[in-house]
Design a protein around this ligand. Structure first.
Ligand SMILES: Cc1cc2nc3c(=O)[nH]c(=O)nc-3n(C[C@H](O)[C@H](O)[C@H](O)COP(=O)(O)OP(=O)(O)OC[C@H]3O[C@@H](n4cnc5c(N)ncnc54)[C@H](O)[C@@H]3O)c2cc1C
Length: 326
């Protein structure tokens, strides 16, 4: 049986493998856990979905929401939502899909269902080709040979791995925004009339209360996303400076005397692609001329989880059809 390596265990990789027929597949993941930008950070009994927040119910991509529900990874919630806080848009009830036990339930359950071997904490630094076979290299290990390699990682990272084999001259460069996220717990309620909303001010683009998602902690927990433009300007800000700055902004906004009892921040180097590969070049993925190396990610289709699912599904279809001809 042909041997396949999949680099990454984000949603695009999980979707790709799910939509392929049963094959000899091994995942390689630089982190100790699956999921990539779908991540729940835990501290004592707090939990913060500090990457992806929720799935829209009405995104229109058939099969995605249904599959996640079927494997017990998600639940539906109603939340008080404000589409533009600074413009005082009316607060409305919004139905959203969240992880069953934090957003991480999505990759955890999905990865478990696939049952393919996974090399965690394995950062692939290089791909090498010898006698028409491919090998994966970390700083101190080599894996292979493989017949096919799928890099399911952000565009720039996959380009670094693949540019010896793929001519990138005619492929557009996909730009990603970076985003600072801040996780905060307060000892007293802030008194917010909404549970999640966009555009708090010119610095904060989104914030979401975590209590109604996770239920099991008393202190009020929030995840706050800074705007991409702000993150660009303050990309190298010290974490503690950023955290104290945001605590001050939030307390002032809500007129609250609450004390922040936990604070943590994380900078997502690659958060959202501004324009997808599909939009820029009408392609659904990138492949080498010998049809053995592929680059995939949400960025092929768009900036969201459903785009990562769709990207994986489209490449799996193409690859399955192609293999029948090889
Ligand atoms: C702050 C933030 C908020 C978001 N909010 C939402 C939201 O509310 N709703 C929504 O639908 N989407 C949201 N998204 C987007 C969503 O998270 C992504 O679209 C989706 O998770 C991307 O999946 P992916 O598989 O393409 O990439 P990733 O999740 O980035 O997966 C790539 C994986 O590859 C691994 N990897 C990378 N390089 C290597 C290497 N060299 N060797 C081994 N492993 C490697 C990484 O560790 C990672 O696990 C958000 C993203 C961010 C950052």
């Amino acid at each position: 049986m042909k041997k396949i390596a999949v680099i990454g265990t984000g949603l695009s990789a999980l979707s790709l493998v799910h939509h392929l027929p049963s094959l000899d597949i091994t995942f390689f993941e630089k982190s100790w856990r699956p999921g990539g930008r779908i991540s729940t950070r835990r501290h004592q009994d707090y939990a913060f979905d500090h990457g992806a927040h929720y799935i829209k119910e009405d995104h229109g991509i058939i099969g995605f929401n249904e599959y996640l529900e079927k494997i017990g990874a998600t639940k539906i919630l109603n939340g008080a939502f404000c589409s533009n806080i600074q413009n005082q848009s009316p607060i409305e009830e919004k139905r959203i899909i969240v992880g069953q036990k934090g957003i991480e339930s999505i990759p955890l359950e999905f990865h478990k269902k696939l049952r393919y071997p996974t090399e965690f904490s394995t950062h692939i630094k290089k791909i090498e080709s010898r006698n028409h076979e491919y090998f994966l290299l970390t700083d101190d290990k080599e894996f292979g040979p493989y017949d096919f390699i799928f890099t399911c990682i952000p565009f720039e990272q996959s380009k670094n791995l693949l540019e010896d084999f793929i001519d990138y001259e005619n492929i557009p460069t996909l730009n990603f925004d970076s985003i600072w996220t801040i996780m905060l717990s307060f000892d007293k309620r802030l008194g917010s009339p909404f549970q999640f909303g966009y555009h708090l001010n010119k610095e904060i683009s989104f914030l979401m209360n975590q209590n109604f998602k996770h239920e099991f902690f008393n202190e009020e927990c929030w995840v706050i996303n800074m705007r991409a433009e702000w993150t660009k300007e303050y990309y190298n800000i010290e974490n503690y400076v950023l955290e104290d700055y945001v605590i001050d902004k939030i307390k002032k906004f809500f007129g609250s005397s609450s004390k922040a009892i936990y604070k943590k921040s994380h900078r997502w180097r690659y958060s959202y692609c501004k324009k997808s590969l599909l939009e820029l070049s009408n392609k659904n993925f990138i492949e080498s001329i010998d049809h053995r190396l592929y680059a995939l990610g949400d960025w092929c289709q768009g900036p969201s989880m459903q785009d990562a699912w769709l990207a994986g599904k489209k490449l799996a279809k193409y690859f399955s059809e192609l293999r029948l001809q090889i």
